[in-house]
Design a protein around this ligand. Sequence first.
Ligand SMILES: [Cu+2]
Length: 159
Amino acid sequence: MKKIHYSKFFILPSLLLSLLLSLWFSVLNNAYASNNIAITHGYVKESIPGSDMTAAYMTITNNSANPITLEKITNTNASRVEMHEHTMAEGMMRMREVENITIAANSKVVLQPSGLHLMLFSVEQPFIENSIATFTLYFSNKTKINIQLPIYKYHIKVQ
Ligand SMILES: [Cu+2]
């Protein structure tokens, strides 16, 4: 009979380590999924000094057989998050608020610079690169998804 003395010293740290790794992986990998909705490639643009607003981008995939609407978004560091779209009017790029964003069945919507995007208003602490921004997304299928997005200084190409 062999006694395994190291087990309790081994299991707890390895559990903690795997928990930390999976948390870190989800932030790094930047992928969240619930009820047929997946959020990927999300990031927030670093605050411009002196400005209390910034923008956020992500890809939202609807893997269900029905359309799903993004109805509301909140951020822990901004008092208001709006959904915006860019339009061309009289040769000028303008943006306007949209009430919601619907993702058709089995398709995706890409929020990206010069397209649909999120605007964060009344930002409390400036968003600084290499930190994390926490959002909650509310969907029409009663799904609420908490996500943590990285903050980047420059725009990245999203798919
Ligand atoms: Cu905007």
